[in-house]
Write a protein that binds this ligand. Sequence first.
Ligand SMILES: Nc1ncnc2c1ncn2[C@@H]1O[C@H](COP(=O)(O)OP(=O)(O)OP(=O)(O)O)[C@@H](O)[C@H]1O
Length: 332
Amino acid sequence: MSATISLHDVTKCYTIRGGADVVALNHVNLEIEAGAIHGIVGQSGAGKSTLIRCLTALEHPTEGEILVGGQNLSALSEKELRLERRQIGMVFQAANLFDARTALENVAYPLRITGVSKEEARAKATELLQVVGLRGRENSYPSQLSGGQRQRVGIARALAAKPSILLCDEPTSALDSETTRQVLALLQQIRDHFGVTIVIITHEMEVVRSICDSVSLLEHGQVIETGKIKDVVADPNSRLARELVPVPSINRDDIPKGHVVIDTAFTSHPGIPTGAELLSIASSFGADVAAGTFESLPNVQVGRLALTVEQGDAWNVIEAFRSRGFHAEVRS
Ligand SMILES: Nc1ncnc2c1ncn2[C@@H]1O[C@H](COP(=O)(O)OP(=O)(O)OP(=O)(O)O)[C@@H](O)[C@H]1O
């Protein structure tokens, strides 16, 4: 079961003793589709953790409302909130497991506290450990597991109460790149299999590139950009697009005398060879490809080519690209 998440004009202020208010979230509007994997990126202090705490209803917005699956969190009583929180699974940077409990006991714990019988909780926990690829490690203690395996136990535990949303706070930042890939693949599998909506806070663009369907950029408590990855990367003015697929760097010495660099960008989908069209326009002007980057993101491929052309041709080349719907600009 998945749920839509909507934030309407959410502001969260903290009052610091003896000081001014800190505005951690400033009129945030956000829509996350049911069943999507949504990344939230932003620098330290941007308000990412505050946003997650508001989604779990551990913090209450100072203004505005948050709807999870159409349910307005601010309108719920404490008792109703306790029930609602079961719909929300949390995965942390460090898996936050109980060291004195086995993997199985860690996963069974949230079920036991909601009154599920010992046998049923163990059976469910065994099944979930299989889902996350830890069959045979049920009786291992956290200290006997690798970082990636501990994170898998954390994910299994978060799934125990059959949540409709899974909030992941920097789930891979303590892991090496191969383990990161495996944990991200697992999260994607979980979304596909259980249909949960997943929100991932991350400072790693690689996480967004590999599994997110949509993304938001937070800055000083405000949403600066938000949208589906395929729309974000198609927007030439998007900062996120440049972070997801960086402009290729060129050594200044490699630019022939009297030439300028033109940056172009294209998005393409399987079966539509947009890159070939761009290259053919470039070659018709005798433009040379000086550098390029290409990224295959979920549902869309993005390319950036840096071309060198004779200064006198630059404007004609740009016009030709723009008339065919490509982004093109002279690099300053
Ligand atoms: N309990 C609190 N009391 C006062 N100020 C707070 C509190 N929690 C967060 N803040 C402030 O709110 C702002 C946003 O903090 P938040 O932790 O949400 O940012 P973040 O994007 O998660 O940062 P990081 O990536 O470093 O964890 C910061 O200025 C922070 O100092």
